[in-house]
Design a binder for this molecule. Structure first.
Ligand SMILES: Nc1ncnc2c1ncn2[C@@H]1O[C@H](COP(=O)(O)OP(=O)(O)O)[C@@H](O)[C@H]1O
Ligand SMILES: [Mg+2]
Length: 334
């Protein structure tokens, strides 16, 4: 008989440009933990070090500086009016950030610690190639696999859009469209009875909104991001020029996403004839603002897809859907 502990084995890991999320099973279902995929450098002093340790804030000492990483990085960045540094960019390891891989390793370690058994199964999400082809992100995938293998896990990658389908579309036997709108990119997957038909990414997502709105309003992108997360909702009119700029670029992002969906169907030669209308699920941090789903529906109204969509809805827990789907994937590949 399987021991109680064994029932809960398996780990889902969502390595995003913006956040790293881990999912595990417990008595009441699922549990999630996350850290921001970002860091800042602060001057090294014994006092700061002591305080960070006391507060349990993840950090690394590096010569004259302390690298504060994870959730507190954004607070520190806002405090010092600086930008956070990001180990990843557009869904992949950031080639301009020499400390990136090392920092990701520490963030994953802070969340996943080490395998609870000899080679516990862990599925980690990976972005799909850009629509129209291009980099398959094989270096990124290999580097992540190495990190989790070093922590003692048996690691398997899972496509991010497919993970959303695993998490949200059990009700339609894993037929439908799963979309994850994150920081660096949006990932889209169409699956028929759990088999992926197409899967791709686009590089317009939350960071794009922040950067463009920052440029238009003369604010720092980190600051725009905070304002967006705390105050933004889709509206006909906006209270100030920062919210207005966010609105403009957010609409642009949604339109690009819907355009890409139309293009993906056109590019895919063998779309199965799906008789029944299929559901579409939106997830990820960028799907959170009020009015997002309606904005998506509005943008889709003017296009024609070769399959009928039954309903368009938001994932039950949009920030954790990818990690949850990656955990579901550990069961199917055991
Ligand atoms: N409440 C919110 N309103 C608007 N955007 C949000 C909110 N919460 C998170 N985001 C945005 O979601 C993006 C991160 O989404 P996430 O799914 O965590 O991304 P990733 O997969 O790239 O790590 C960021 O651009 C962040 O600013
Ligand atoms: Mg993500």
């Amino acid at each position: 008989m399987a021991s109680k502990k064994e029932e809960y084995l398996g780990v889902g890991l969502d390595v995003g440009t913006s956040r790293i999320v881990i999912a595990r099973r417990n008595e009441s279902g699922y549990e999630f933990q996350s850290q921001l995929d970002a860091f800042v450098e602060v001057p090294n002093s014994r006092m700061t070090k002591t305080v960070l340790e006391k507060e349990g804030i993840p950090h690394l000492i590096r010569d004259n500086t302390i690298l504060v990483f994870g959730n507190e990085a954004q607070t520190f960045a806002n405090l010092f009016h600086s930008e956070t540094r990001r180990p990843m960019r557009q869904g992949m390891l950031n080639p301009d950030e020499p400390d990136g891989l090392n920092l990701i390793k520490h963030i994953i370690q802070a969340l996943a610690s080490t395998s609870r058994t000899d080679r516990e199964k862990l599925c980690f999400s990976v972005p799909a190639p850009p629509l129209g082809g291009g980099d398959t992100h094989s270096y990124h995938q290999a580097a992540l696999r190495q990190i989790v293998t070093d922590l003692g896990y048996e690691a398997e990658p899972v496509d991010e859009g497919l993970a959303v389908i695993y998490s949200e579309l059990e009700g339609s036997n894993f037929t439908g469209i799963g979309i994850s709108c994150g920081g660096g990119m949006c990932n889209v997957c169409l699956a028929y009875l759990s088999v992926p038909i197409f899967s791709y990414s686009i590089g317009k997502a939350g960071d794009y909104v922040d950067e463009q709105a920052a440029r238009a309003s003369g604010e720092m992108a980190t600051r725009v991001r905070t304002i967006k997360e705390e105050q933004f909702k889709f509206a006909a009119q906006y209270e100030n020029n920062i919210l207005q700029a966010i609105g403009v670029y957010y609409e642009d992002m949604v339109n690009a996403l819907v355009d890409s969906l139309e293009e993906a169907f056109t590019r895919t030669k063998k779309v199965p004839r799906i008789a029944k209308p299929i559901p579409l699920v939106l997830s990820g941090g960028s799907s959170v603002p009020e009015g997002f789903v309606d904005q998506f529906k509005k943008s889709l109204e003017s296009r024609k897809l070769p399959v009928a969509i039954s309903d368009i809805r938001q994932a039950a827990d949009p920030l954790n859907a990818t990690a949850r789907g990656a955990l579901v994937a550990t069961l199917s590949s055991m």
